[in-house]
Design a binder for this molecule. Structure first.
Ligand SMILES: [Zn+2]
Length: 404
């Protein structure tokens, strides 16, 4: 463990809870903290002191006074401790260095993860070089969070056999141990969708709600849900179950061997395949590129330019996704649904139709669910969320209650 990790871990539960509050609400005055926590002033001072002494919290700029001496504002010190978040997805790897405010200090993204050893080497070289360049000592780094594609053995930090990965070398990969051995930093691993939904819940678009569902639509559909403030977890930490919800018992064959899964209609490969099939049968449509070179981004761009075939392909995928989403909303009852990932990012039409369809088909019509395109963290949600997960593991103690 690093010095930063030990210091954070060794804080008393009450100090941890205060830090978590200041992390989310800071800058915040002492009176506001007392209002929220119902702590007495003496208790607050007692548990605040270690946070100030260890450099986790600083007294920030003075707040506006309502008369008399202006009150002190507390905030997380953005320059004493750092966290690393890693997103290993099917089409890219992203590494972020954040401060304790979960603000990105630096970001590195590189190509698809073909080989586990090379991917880990590339991640670690970037981290070592960048920390040196930014004059950040290893002891100031709390640890490393990884958000990746399930199924996982989350406790052991092993990627079991993620579907649709760019190579077949990603079977039983002990990603946690590999990173820990090289970086000598405490490391935690979870699903990317869980990481993303947690980041949005604590620091992003879902800060005011305890019930959020996050959908990452790309090569597959990855789902993370927070219900009553807790991540819904399942055995083996699958995150792609939504994509294998059957919506047509006689539908197309899915790679899971079932028929008619949502994913067979609305993933990047399925939209591209269906568009190309319709293009073959048509004399019109998208003609600016050789057939074999047409990719998903071309289809999204063509749809935005009113190409009828492209619009039909996107509309059909979004309609099916929206019906699945309506079913999911019926079961889980989220207050906020965040749709994200390359399909949502590159196709306004997909987002629009999916939301319309979900609202039209959901069971409880007056249930006030709202939607967000991309959330607050957009493309960086998984990497930032992985860093948040690492901190949460240390700060969150369900049994701790604030002393009054
Ligand atoms: Zn399936």
């Amino acid at each position: 463990m690093t010095k930063g990790h030990c210091k954070l871990k060794n804080l008393k539960d009450q100090s941890k809870l205060l830090l978590r509050l200041i992390q989310q609400k800071g800058p915040i005055t002492r009176n506001q903290i007392m209002d929220i926590t119902k702590m007495k002033l003496t208790t607050l001072k007692r548990f605040m002191q270690p946070l100030l002494d260890e450099g986790f919290v600083i007294e920030a700029d003075l707040a506006e006074s309502t008369g008399g001496r202006p009150p002190v504002l507390y905030d997380v010190n953005p320059k004493t401790y750092y966290v690393i978040g890693i997103d290993i997805s099917r089409t890219y790897t992203e590494v972020v260095i954040t401060n304790l405010k979960m603000k990105i200090i630096d970001l590195y993204r590189f190509g698809p993860p073909f080989d586990p050893v090379n991917t880990v080497n590339q991640i670690c070289s970037y981290i070592e070089n960048k920390l040196h360049q930014l004059c950040i000592e290893k002891s100031m780094v709390i640890g490393v969070g990884v958000g990746t594609v399930g199924p996982l053995d989350r406790k052991k930090g092993i990627m079991l056999n993620p579907a649709n990965f760019p190579s077949n070398m990603w079977v039983d990969v002990p990603i946690k141990d590999m990173l820990q051995q090289k970086l000598k930093l405490p490391t935690t691993v979870d699903n990317g969708a869980n990481a993303a939904v947690l980041a949005e819940h604590l620091f992003g678009a879902g800060q005011n709600t305890d019930n959020i569902s996050y959908f990452h639509c790309g090569m597959g559909i990855r789902t993370g849900t927070i219900s009553s403030g807790n991540i819904i977890r399942a055995m083996n930490d699958y995150e792609d179950a939504f994509g294998h919800m059957v919506i047509d018992i006689n539908g197309d064959l899915c790679h899971c061997q079932n028929r008619g899964c949502i994913e067979t209609y609305c993933s990047i490969p399925s939209i591209t395949k269906k568009f190309k099939e319709s293009l073959k049968q048509s004399i019109s449509g998208y003609v600016n590129k050789p057939y074999d070179e047409i990719d998903f981004l071309d289809i999204c761009a063509a749809a935005e330019e009113n190409d009828e075939l492209a619009q039909a392909a996107i509309t059909s995928a979004a309609t099916i996704f929206g019906i699945g989403l309506a079913n999911y909303i019926n079961l889980v009852n989220p207050e906020l649904v965040i749709l994200s990932g390359p399909i949502v990012k590159h196709s306004a039409l997909f987002y629009k139709i999916a939301v319309e369809m979900a609202l039209k088909r959901k069971y409880v019509k007056n249930h006030g669910v709202s939607f967000s395109r991309g959330g607050h963290f957009k493309d960086n949600a998984i990497a930032v969320g992985a860093a948040v997960l690492l901190i949460e593991e240390i700060l969150k103690n369900k049994n701790a209650k604030l002393l009054v």
